[in-house]
Design a protein around this ligand. Structure first.
Ligand SMILES: [Zn+2]
Length: 309
């Protein structure tokens, strides 16, 4: 009789552990992808693509609103390329007009598909649908509009169609990207995979490549693209393998992946052109190459080819 109590306590403890596990494990699993855009050891990048590529359901939300803060040297083309959208989508979504100057620091927003449209006074969803060759239902469903008859003027909606945009001449910001930091090529080789949307060479999924792949044999000396400090070194076997992250002036960062050997430590000061590592084929890689990224702020990869000489 008396020895039943400890057994019950054990059972109670097991049940408590099971409940805690059931509650905590999904929370922990869910919280980890949120960190993947930061430059820390938890960075979950698959050959420069975002971590959700390893998710069994890697569908991108086609109507996700992407935002971008304009930096000096940007053009409409560079912004569109960075976001993986068309210039026409960008122009329509942000009401850019001819001869308008892009202002560094200003935020532009654009949905992955279609464009943003602000409803004018007196306009109905039927009017908008008719002039863009979509149905009211298409617009209502993309924007979660329960009652298409009840829309307010001034509301910003996504129109799931190609925008009709007259060609615009937008003046780029005054500085060219090269004048800002002056990046060097980390290795000399052919660019075999560009920045931007592509079919992942191993996973076969359509997703953004956050850097460029430069074809070099294993063991090639990898140079720092600009002066700075070592922000982090990491090994992500399911992603870019052995990697070095450097921090530079003006909140620029560079990332070097699939390395075979790392020759620096976090906190080290690095001069431009200094050897920091040897290239390799580590992580999820389809052959020896250097994966190279430039980021503006730790979380925003930009097209390195716009910045390399
Ligand atoms: Zn890559």
């Amino acid at each position: 009789m008396t020895n039943q109590k400890p057994i019950r306590k054990d059972r109670v403890a097991l049940v408590v552990v099971a409940i805690l596990a059931a509650v905590l494990i999904p929370v922990l699993l869910r919280s980890s992808p949120e960190a993947d855009d930061r430059l820390d050891p938890g960075l979950d990048i698959v050959d420069g693509t975002e971590s959700d590529t390893l998710d069994p359901t890697p569908e991108l939300n086609p109507y996700e609103i992407l935002s971008y803060t304009i930096i000096e040297g940007d053009t409409l083309e560079s912004i569109a390329r960075n976001l993986g959208v068309d210039v026409a989508q960008l122009v329509a979504s942000n009401d850019l007009t001819a001869a308008e100057t892009l202002t560094p620091g200003e935020l532009v927003r654009v949905p992955r598909t279609g464009f943003l449209y602000r409803i004018s006074s007196g306009e109905t969803l039927s009017d908008i649908a008719a002039s863009h060759d979509v149905t009211v239902d298409d617009i209502a469903s993309v924007n979660n509009i329960a009652d298409p008859g009840q829309i307010l003027a001034g509301t910003l909606i996504i129109v799931p169609a190609d925008p009709q945009v007259a060609s615009v001449a937008v003046t780029p910001t005054t500085q060219t990207p090269d004048e800002i930091v002056g990046f060097l090529w980390p290795v000399n080789g052919e660019v075999v995979s560009q920045f931007g949307y592509r079919t992942h060479p191993i996973l076969g999924t359509w997703e953004r490549h956050n850097g460029i792949d430069i074809d070099v044999p294993e063991g090639t000396s990898v140079a720092a693209a600009a002066p700075g400090t070592v922000f982090n070194v990491d090994n992500d076997p399911d992603g870019i393998g052995l990697a070095v992250y450097l921090a530079h002036a003006d909140d620029f960062y560079t990332v070097y992946g699939h390395l075979s050997d790392i020759q620096v430590q976090p906190g080290d000061s690095i001069s431009a052109g200094q050897q920091i590592a040897l290239s390799g084929n580590t992580g999820l890689s389809n052959g020896p190459h250097l994966h190279f990224e430039i980021r503006k702020t730790p979380e925003f990869p930009i097209d390195p080819l716009l910045y390399l000489p």
